[in-house]
Design a protein around this ligand. Structure first.
Ligand code: SAH
Ligand code: DHB
Ligand code: MG
Length: 222
């Protein structure tokens, strides 16, 4: 089995599950490529999952850490009720600019707010402004800060808050003790945090697909 099989199956799933295509998300990916953003958004099927989790959890307030071009933000925001709100934090102003244009084009400007800065600098403001409690927190930024972001997710959450952490498998490197790069250490930090926290129940799933071999963790604040 090869990466080509994984991509072919993702293409098959997209074609079957979204037979009419998705012009909004296609435009997002085109704009991202045009702007030279890295191709590290969640995959189409993971985006569908994010939207489903928003609906299944009845989320009205969503916090995202790591916007890039807004692909995952749009996947989640369009599953929110009309009075729902998503705040997304992005360190790079160029990424945020592209994301804002994508969100505007998607007709979601009223539901999505993108803030520019290092997330750990912005999170205290979010708390001070009382934008919490968040019903869903999606962590997908610099992996070395995963544990700090999880602290914030709990702090700005409530019992029942859903937490998703992207990229916790890293081609299988997460369980290879010879791998000590910061993104792999960040993946381990997330899994360990979720396992040890007295008020979180969590799992993690390996995924293969158009974006290779990775995975995500899914938890809930008890
Ligand atoms: N969630 C996006 C992908 C995010 S890629 C999607 O699926 O569409 C990771 C993003 O996190 C990048 O845009 C990067 O600039 C941003 N980032 C990295 N370090 C950050 C930090 N300290 N604070 C906020 N964002 C950060
Ligand atoms: C990277 C980051 C991501 O959020 C992702 O989904 C894939 C790759 C990266 O930094 O390489
Ligand atoms: Mg990611």
């Amino acid at each position: 089995m090869s990466e080509k099989t994984w991509s072919d199956v993702d293409a098959y799933l997209e074609a079957e599950l979204r037979p009419a295509g998705d012009p909004v998300l296609e435009a997002v990916l085109a704009a991202n490529a045009e702007a030279g953003l890295p191709d590290i958004d969640v995959s189409a099927v993971e985006g569908l999952l994010l939207g489903l989790v928003v609906r299944m959890s009845g989320a009205r307030r969503v916090l995202e850490i790591g916007t890039l071009g807004g692909y995952s933000a749009i996947c989640m925001a369009r599953s929110l009720p009309a009075d729902g709100r998503l705040v997304s934090l992005e360190a790079q102003s160029r990424h945020a600019e592209v994301a804002r244009a994508n969100v505007d084009r998607a007709g979601l400007a009223d539901r999505v707010e993108i803030r520019v800065g290092a997330a750990l600098d912005l999170l205290p403001d979010i708390e001070a402004e009382g934008l919490h409690p968040f019903d869903l927190v999606f962590i997908d930024a610099d992996k070395s800060n995963n544990a700090a972001y999880l602290d914030w997710a709990v702090r700005l959450g409530r019992p029942g808050t859903v937490i998703i952490v992207d990229n916790v498998i890293r081609g299988g490197a997460v369980s290879d003790s010879a791998r000590t790069d910061s993104s792999v250490e960040g993946a381990r930090a997330a899994i360990s945090y979720l396992g040890q926290h007295p008020r979180i129940s969590a799992t993690a799933l390996q995924t293969v697909g158009a974006k290779g071999y990775d995975g995500f963790a899914l938890g809930i604040v008890d």
